[in-house]
Design a binder for this molecule. Structure first.
Ligand code: ADP
Length: 479
């Protein structure tokens, strides 16, 4: 089967969140199911610089008024199609924001053009390659199924995956004429309380919708999590699927990780200590036995980082330590930095995005704190399982689906892999931290939690099988 994946992020070329990881890893895992994926991404400067020996596969004279070339290259095993449109993508900032962190004013156009290119490829823009199915991701490529639905060529099956429904691509309705869609597409697909929502359009037009965990699939049917799209999703409930993400088990493998101080396996967990020591040195922590909690996160309300800021004194009072790696909301950054300054030797913080350090933190911390208010899937708890870093997580979305709480029954049955708490509040987080500190006093119980976590299969294998089944179902239905 041939699949076109359309995405605005692709690990390792361009990443702001979990979407990039999924877009990068899934095509590789799907090869085992005889699925050949080509991945369409914008020609951002980082992409143009990284690709080697690109081959021109098509030329678009007029994609919503923009001229673009389509280049094909292979990067780290993934076949990529690069939309080379300098007027839209050759910019100094990030994929969505300028160097001052402001959204580009023409994001509506940048991602409409990307989506349009996806629809053109679906209908034969590349002479000798036509996909059997198109897989769109998030609002940035949500218009691909819309263009396919309202195009003239016979429609191919399409799937849209929601990685985070908080980002919907909402724009003023006066851009509608620029999209070149028939007038009825406005009311049928795109209209959202007088504005235009790209994600809504994709949810209406795609043949199926998936999201990145079964629990999140249920949650987004409710007003508390659906962020205004719960009604649209409810109307598509029969075509809604939840498939948990996997992780790249070669990048995240404590037995071979070159980014950590000492490699280890579950059979030789004692070796982890060298990473713990390296981590403590890096963050100037005291060298006592109190557990080290880590946080590796965007610093946002979604991630519950305000709750973290509220409980820092509790962590220290309980005899534990905390290391934080993150960036985001400036007020949260300042309050966490202030906590670190208040508790030297107990709390350390690095502001920024640092992939190598995130590996050492997973390898050297005793536990990871993830107090998210909502979490479609979450990757950091999966890395943590693999690294014997016990996840302490809010019971929501993918966190609820991937961690087994250390309650009495699960401890007795030796199935527990972490600690779950609810609701996402400072009080519940405090109790969970105290519970973790108590459990950590028993080497036996803690070692059991670590080993059980390390046994979990968090690779792409099982998830890829589910996607392969879903693709197959959609293609069979479309015939
Ligand atoms: P989201 O996509 O909502 O940010 P996920 O848990 O799905 O959350 O994915 C976050 C990814 O970004 C993980 O790979 C995590 O390790 C990484 N990450 C987040 N913040 C940082 C940081 N400051 N430095 C390094 N990696 C980070």
């Amino acid at each position: 089967m041939k699949v076109l994946s359309v995405t605005s992020e692709l690990y390792p070329l361009v990443k702001t969140g979990g979407l990039a990881d999924v877009a990068g890893a899934l095509p590789l895992a799907l090869k085992a199911y005889d699925i050949e994926t080509k991945t369409l991404i914008p020609g951002y400067p980082a992409v143009m610089k990284a690709i080697r020996n690109p081959v021109k596969r098509a030329e678009f004279a007029d994609l919503l008024g923009v001229q673009a070339n389509l280049l094909e290259a292979r990067h780290e095993g993934v076949d990529i199609l690069v939309l080379d449109a300098p007027a839209l993508f050759e910019r100094a900032g990030g994929p969505y924001v300028d160097p001052n962190s402001r959204d580009y004013a023409d994001n509506w156009k940048r991602f409409a053009v990307l989506s349009k290119a996806g629809a053109e490829i679906a209908t034969g823009a590349i002479a000798d390659w036509q996909p059997d199915l198109v897989h769109a991701h998030d609002w940035q490529s949500a218009l691909t199924p819309v263009f396919m639905r309202y195009g003239e060529a016979p429609e191919r099956p399409s799937l849209i995956t929601i990685h985070n429904i908080a980002f919907q691509g909402q724009f003023a309705s006066d851009i509608f004429p620029e999209l070149g869609l028939p007038a009825h597409a406005f009311w049928e697909a795109l209209e959202y309380y007088g504005t235009i929502s790209y994600l809504k359009g994709g949810l209406v037009a795609a043949h199926a919708i998936s999201t990145v965990s079964p629990s999140y699939a249920e949650e987004i049917l409710t007003p508390a999590f659906g962020m205004g799209l719960e009604g649209v999703i409810a109307s598509r409930a029969d075509d809604l699927y939840g498939i948990v993400n996997g992780i790249d088990a070669t990048v995240w493998n404590p037995a071979a990780d070159q980014l950590i101080a000492q490699t280890y396996t579950s059979a030789a967990l004692k070796k982890r200590q060298a990473n713990r020591d390296a981590l403590a040195a890096r963050f100037s922590l005291d060298s006592d036995d109190g557990p080290i909690f880590c946080v590796i996160s965007r610093l946002t309300w979604q991630k519950g980082m305000d709750l973290l800021a509220e409980v820092t004194d509790t962590i220290v009072a309980a005899g534990a330590k905390l290391v934080i790696l993150g960036s985001g909301d400036h007020a949260l950054e300042s309050s966490l930095l202030a906590a670190a300054a208040r508790h030297k030797g107990r709390i350390g913080m690095v502001v920024g995005y640092d992939e190598p350090l995130s590996h050492l933190m997973q390898a050297g911390s005793d536990a990871i704190l993830i107090p998210s208010r909502f979490e479609p899937c979450g990757l950091t708890q999966l890395y943590a399982l693999r690294y014997g870093c016990v996840p302490v997580v809010a019971r929501t979305g993918g966190l609820a689906d991937t961690i087994i709480d250390a309650n009495e029954a699960a401890l007795n049955a030796q199935t527990a892999t972490g600690i779950k708490f609810a609701p996402s509040s400072a009080d519940a987080l405090r109790s969970a931290i105290r519970r973790a500190v108590r459990l950590h006093t028993s080497d036996k119980i803690w070692g059991q939690l670590q080993k059980q976590g390390m046994k979990c299969d968090v690779s792409w294998g099982r998830s890829a099988e589910r996607y392969a089944e879903l693709y197959q179902r959609l293609v069979s239905k479309g015939q």
